[in-house]
Design a protein around this ligand. Structure first.
Ligand code: HEC
Ligand code: HEC
Ligand code: HEC
Ligand code: HEC
Length: 123
């Protein structure tokens, strides 16, 4: 009985490490936002790995080196609360803000136009 429990434990640990290695618990490659204004596809992996933007540039409440923690909407709600700006403003300021700046500096930039980011579902 005890022996079989131990082997179940070993097996579970083994499966867990496979899941970890395959990145099941890491961030998705592409994160999709679905506000009524139109879907936004955010290439998370491209932004963090290819463009090499520091995690804490966006996850500004995480400590350097941390790979998980509270997400934007845990704090930024539909409406601003005190000095915590709304989710919409938080995303626009970060996402659009960086794209706007890069565009001004004539560097490679992401989309700045509303409907370049927000794509309405075809009816
Ligand atoms: C350009 C901005 C940006 C950068 C850079 C970035 N992230 Fe994210 N990340 C986001 C956004 C936006 C979400 C969506 C969830 C949310 O709203 O908080 C997210 C979600 C996540 C999640 C939650 C899982 C998921 O798929 O929803 C994890 C884990 C994560 N990021 C880790 C990281 C790590 C680690 C780095 C650095 C290697 C990083 N992020 C870099 C913006 C960014
Ligand atoms: C643990 C809570 C928390 C989380 C998680 C969080 N924020 Fe914030 N955020 C705040 C607070 C509080 C402020 C206002 C005070 C400050 O600037 O630190 C703020 C400010 C901001 C600002 C304004 C900064 C400025 O220069 O005016 C932006 C933009 C922003 N957050 C975007 C994001 C994005 C995008 C995410 C997710 C990737 C995120 N935040 C996650 C709490 C949070
Ligand atoms: C610190 C700068 C920075 C931040 C923050 C940032 N981006 Fe970008 N983004 C870029 C750059 C640079 C490109 C252009 C990449 C290229 O041309 O190869 C880009 C490209 C894009 C594209 C074009 C498609 C693609 O993947 O190449 C989309 C859509 C996009 N970003 C959405 C977002 C969203 C949504 C957020 C916020 C959650 C965000 N970006 C935050 C710098 C940023
Ligand atoms: C760089 C990409 C990007 C650009 C450019 C952009 N947005 Fe957004 N927008 C987002 C993201 C990401 C969200 C957050 C979606 C969420 O909270 O699920 C958002 C949220 C919104 C929302 C809130 C929807 C809701 O239901 O809460 C509205 C409205 C909106 N955007 C309108 C606009 C308009 C108008 C413009 C042009 C002036 C614009 N956006 C430009 C990425 C962008």
């Amino acid at each position: 009985m005890k022996k079989s429990l131990i082997s179940v434990g070993i097996l579970a640990g083994f499966l867990f490490s496979i899941l970890m290695a395959s990145g099941v618990f890491a961030a998705k490659d592409v994160i999709e936002f679905n506000p009524s204004y139109g879907t936004v596809k955010f290439a998370h992996k491209k932004h963090s790995e290819t463009l090499k933007i520091d995690c804490v540039k966006c996850h500004h409440t995480w400590k350097k080196g941390e790979t998980s923690g509270k997400l934007c909407k845990d704090c930024h709600k539909a409406k601003a609360e005190g000095k915590t700006i709304s989710a919409k403003d938080a995303y626009h300021k970060d996402c659009k803000g960086c794209h706007d700046e890069a565009k001004k500096a004539k560097k490679a930039a992401g989309p700045t136009g509303c409907t370049q980011c927000h794509v309405k579902a075809k009816k």
